[in-house]
Design a protein around this ligand. Structure first.
Ligand SMILES: *Cc1c(COP(=O)(O)O)cnc(C)c1O
Length: 496
C-alpha cells in the first residue's frame, strides 16, 4: 500500500519513503491510498483479544507499513514501548460511567510519546530500506509536548540531528524546562519570539525553500519532520484506539461489534485523525468527538463549514491545544472530498493567502456524520478538574479536562447509548499549577513546589521523569526571531 499526497495524488511513494520525507514536495501531506482496503473483519478484531499492546501494535503496523520486515517492526516496537512506565503502555481506567485512556505513561508524560518513541526507529529502518546514506535533520515545531517527546525519541540516534522550535512564551514552565535541559549529542532547541503557528509555518516554508535545499545537498543532509504532518506520527496513534476497544472487550464491558465513542482533546487534529483511520480500518466507532479549548477554530468550522483562522490567538490553560491552523484537517478533507487533490490544493491556497476557506455542503454533511466538535472555556476547564477530583477521585490535566467537559456536553446530545472513551493526553503533573489552583487555592509557590504539593494533597504520584526536572541543568538557552529559522538551520547543519 502506497502513500499519496493530498495535493497531488500522482505523487505516490512507499510508506518508508513517506516517513523519511515527512511532507510532499508541493506542500501536500502523505496519506494511505485506499486505507479502507486494509479493513479488519470483526473476527480479526476479536482475535486481537489475547494479545499484548506490543502484539496488537505489530498486527496493525504490519498492515500499514507494508515495506518493513516483520523483524524490524517487532524490534522497533520493543525499543519504543520498553521505555513506558506502564506494562499496558496505555492503560484504560473507568471513571464513573466512562473510560479514560491514559496515553501519558511514556518518557515525557504526554501522549505524543506513544508515536514519538516509535518514529525514530521506524525512520532508521526506512533509511535502510531505501538504502539512503544521507544524514537527516528532523525539524520540529512544538507548542510544548511534541518537542520534548521528539527530542527524547531521537536523542543520540546515529546520523540524525533533531532541531526543535517552541514559542518562547507559549509553553508551560515544565514543558520549557523539559526541553531546555535536553541531553544528547544531536539535539538543538530554540525558543522563538512568536506563537506556535509562527513556528509551524516557519518550518513548513523551510521544507519547500529552494536555497536551503541546495545547501542541504552540499552537506549531504535531508530534512524530515517529527510533527504530525509526518505519516509516521499518525500510524502509531491508530494502535491505542484498537487497544482500548480490545480492553473493553476483554473486560466484557462491550460485545464484539458494539460501537463506542472516542472523545479527543485536539489541536493539530492528529490524534483524532488516527481515530478516523482506526474506523476506516474496521474499528466499530460511533462518533469521534473533537474537543477544543477557547481557540475554537475547529468548532466554528464544524458548525459553519468555514475555516477561519483570522482571529486572536488565545493563550489558555491547555497550551498544547493553542492552535489556529490544524494541519491534519487537510488529510480528513482529502478523504471527505473523495480524494479531490485539486480541490484540496485550492482550499489550502485560500488558507495561506486569505486565512480562510469554505467547504461544500456535502462535505460538511459527511463531517457531521462521523464527528462531533465542541469546545470548553477556561472557567469550565477549571471547574471540571475540581469536580472530577472531588466526585471521582481522579486527577485530570487541563487538556483532558477540556475533553471531559466536551464529553459531558456530547453525552446530553447523543442518543446512541454507546460507551465513551476519553483520551487523556497528559499527566496532570505536567500542568501542576493550573491543576492545583483549579482544585485548591491560588498559590505563589513555584511550579516545582506546587507539583509536590499537588501530589501530597491528592495522593497521586509524580511521574519519575518530572520528579528530578527541577534540578537539571539548562543546556539550551537560544532565543531567535521568528524570521531567523532558516539561518539557524544553516548553523545547525554546519555544527559537528
Ligand atoms: C498535542 C497535544 C494535544 C493535541 O493533539 P493533536 O494531535 O495535535 O490534535 C492535546 N493534548 C496534549 C497534552 C498534547 O500534547
Amino acid at each position: 500500500m502506497n502513500c499519496i499526497s493530498t495535493r497531488n495524488k500522482n505523487i505516490s511513494i512507499s510508506p518508508s519513503l513517506g516517513i523519511i520525507k515527512g511532507i510532499s514536495e508541493e506542500g501536500g501531506l502523505f496519506i494511505f491510498e485506499n486505507i479502507e482496503n486494509l479493513k479488519l473483519s470483526l473476527e480479526e478484531i476479536g482475535n486481537l483479544k489475547n494479545l499484548s499492546y506490543k502484539n496488537i501494535a505489530f498486527n496493525i503496523l504490519k498492515k500499514l507499513l507494508s515495506d518493513f520486515s516483520d523483524s524490524s517492526l517487532k524490534n522497533s516496537i520493543d525499543l519504543a514501548y520498553n521505555k513506558f512506565s506502564s506494562k499496558e503502555v496505555t492503560p484504560l481506567v473507568k471513571v464513573n460511567q466512562d473510560y479514560i485512556l491514559e496515553l501519558f505513561h511514556g518518557p515525557t508524560s504526554a501522549f505524543k510519546d506513544v508515536a514519538l518513541s516509535l518514529l525514530p526507529h521506524l525512520t532508521v529502518e526506512a533509511m535502510k530500506i531505501n538504502k539512503i546514506d544521507k544524514k537527516l535533520l528532523i525539524l520540529t515545531a512544538t507548542s510544548g509536548d511534541t518537542g520534548k517527546a521528539a527530542l527524547e525519541g531521537f536523542k543520540n540516534i546515529e546520523n540524525i540531528k533533531i532541531a526543535v522550535f517552541f514559542p518562547n512564551d507559549g509553553t508551560s514552565i515544565v514543558q520549557k524546562k523539559q526541553m531546555t535541559t535536553q541531553e544528547g549529542n544531536n539535539t538543538f532547541v530554540y525558543g522563538i519570539k512568536g506563537n506556535f503557528d509562527d513556528a509551524q509555518s516557519g518550518i513548513k516554508n523551510i521544507f519547500t525553500d529552494k536555497n536551503i535545499e541546495n545547501y542541504l545537498k552540499e552537506k549531504n543532509y535531508s530534512f524530515s519532520s517529527a510533527n504530525s504532518i509526518n505519516i509516521g506520527r499518525l500510524i502509531p496513534q491508530i494502535i491505542y484506539y484498537f487497544y482500548s476497544y480490545i480492553n473493553l472487550l476483554k473486560k466484557d464491558e462491550i460485545s464484539l461489534g458494539e460501537k463506542v465513542n472516542f472523545i479527543v482533546p485536539s489541536g493539530n487534529f492528529g490524534d483524532i485523525l488516527a481515530g478516523y483511520y482506526a474506523k476506516l480500518l474496521g474499528l466499530p466507532v460511533n462518533k469521534l468527538v473533537c474537543a477544543s479549548n477557547s481557540n475554537k477554530v475547529l468548532t466554528d468550522f464544524y458548525n459553519t463549514g468555514i475555516y477561519n483562522k483570522n482571529r486572536d490567538f488565545l493563550k489558555t490553560l491547555s497550551p498544547s491545544m493553542d492552535i489556529l491552523i490544524s494541519s491534519n484537517l487537510e488529510r480528513l478533507l482529502f478523504h471527505l472530498s473523495n480524494d479531490n487533490d485539486k480541490y484540496i490544493e485550492k482550499i489550502m491556497r485560500d488558507l495561506k493567502e486569505n486565512g480562510q476557506y469554505q467547504i461544500s455542503e456535502s462535505m460538511l454533511e459527511k463531517l457531521q456524520k462521523d464527528f462531533y466538535f465542541d469546545y470548553t472555556d477556561e472557567e469550565t476547564t477549571r471547574k471540571t478538574i475540581k469536580k472530577v477530583f472531588e466526585n471521582y477521585n481522579y486527577l485530570l490535566d487541563t487538556h483532558t479536562a477540556v475533553g471531559y467537559s466536551v464529553m459531558e456536553k456530547f453525552k446530553k446530545l447523543d442518543s446512541s447509548n454507546c460507551k465513551n472513551i476519553l483520551l487523556s493526553t497528559a499527566s496532570p503533573f505536567k500542568f501542576s499549577k493550573s491543576v492545583y489552583e483549579s482544585i485548591f487555592e491560588e498559590t505563589s509557590l513555584n511550579e516545582f513546589e506546587i507539583m509536590k504539593k499537588l501530589s501530597e494533597k491528592t495522593k497521586f504520584s509524580i511521574p519519575e521523569n518530572l520528579k528530578d526536572l527541577e534540578n537539571k541543568k539548562e543546556l539550551h538557552k537560544n532565543i531567535i526571531e521568528k524570521n531567523n529559522i532558516d539561518k539557524t538551520i544553516e548553523v545547525i547543519l554546519c555544527s559537528e
